[in-house]
Design a protein around this ligand. Structure first.
Ligand code: ADP
Ligand code: MG
Length: 232
């Protein structure tokens, strides 16, 4: 479970989050939308301690994130907006192994996780492929596998569909659906809800650093449309 309690985040004089309280239970599929600059990226970066709040508290499984950063980063996996810039190794398998290696896990356990994570995104046969030969959709799936190798309770994806063509989007969506069905909580940040609308348990929208909308897709559809967010 991820809980933010009234968090405020400032960049200099600019207030990016102004009092956000949100609880995301394990297993929930949440979409977070909102206009550009509304604070989506800033918010999710608090979920595993990549940013710390100026005011308020962030808890992962009831422990303040700053008290146990390793636990927060293990429980909450993050897939960044431009995964191509975040790979650390030359090959797919080595990159996915990087997180578990840093946890100091035994080699057999690392191999098992790499295998399972790559299978979960349909990339098991590309373990030895060079990262620089991957398409945009494949990069996104390898980035997801890298996060999954930590066996997180929640997987956070910031704008995962940007720059992907139709088939690549569909492929990423279908892998998210499988993960969600198997119990991983999914948190997708996107300005366009059409791809994941049918999978979501909950739609949250930010506006000016505050939660403007929060509810089931059915409850929130017309409200979202009113603030200019596209739904199917
Ligand atoms: P979103 O992801 O919804 O587009 P962000 O969380 O990236 O919004 O940004 C929220 C606000 O914080 C924006 O006004 C943005 O300009 C500002 N901001 C974000 N990151 C930084 C930063 N590193 N330095 C200064 N201002 C920032
Ligand atoms: Mg953003």
């Amino acid at each position: 479970m991820i809980t933010t309690q009234n968090i405020v985040h400032r960049f200099g004089d600019a207030v990016a989050l102004s009092g956000v309280s949100l609880t995301i239970p394990d297993g929930e599929f949440v979409v977070i939308s909102g206009p550009n600059g509304s604070g989506k990226t800033t918010l999710v970066r608090h979920f595993n301690g990549l940013l710390s709040a100026d005011e308020g508290t962030v808890l992962v499984d009831e422990t303040p994130v700053e008290e146990n950063l390793v636990a927060a980063r293990t429980r909450v996996g993050m897939v960044f907006q431009h995964p191509r810039d975040t790979f650390v190794s030359a090959t797919v398998g080595a990159d996915v192994a990087f997180g578990p290696e840093n946890l100091g896990l035994p080699r057999e356990e690392i191999d098992r996780r790499v295998e399972t994570s790559l299978s979960a995104v349909g990339m098991a046969d590309r373990r030895d492929a060079r990262i620089d030969t991957l398409s945009g959709g494949e990069c996104q799936r390898v980035a997801i596998a890298g996060a999954l190798a930590m066996e997180p309770a929640h997987l956070v994806l910031d704008e995962p569909f940007t720059g992907l063509d139709g088939p690549a989007r569909e492929s990423v969506v279908s892998h998210l659906e499988t993960l969600s069905t198997s119990g991983t909580g999914i948190i997708v940040v996107t300005h366009d809800l059409r791809d994941v609308w049918s999978l979501a348990d909950r739609a949250v929208a930010l506006r000016d650093g505050k939660i403007a909308v929060d509810g089931s897709p059915e409850e929130t559809a017309s409200e979202l449309a009113r603030i200019g967010i596209r739904t199917p």
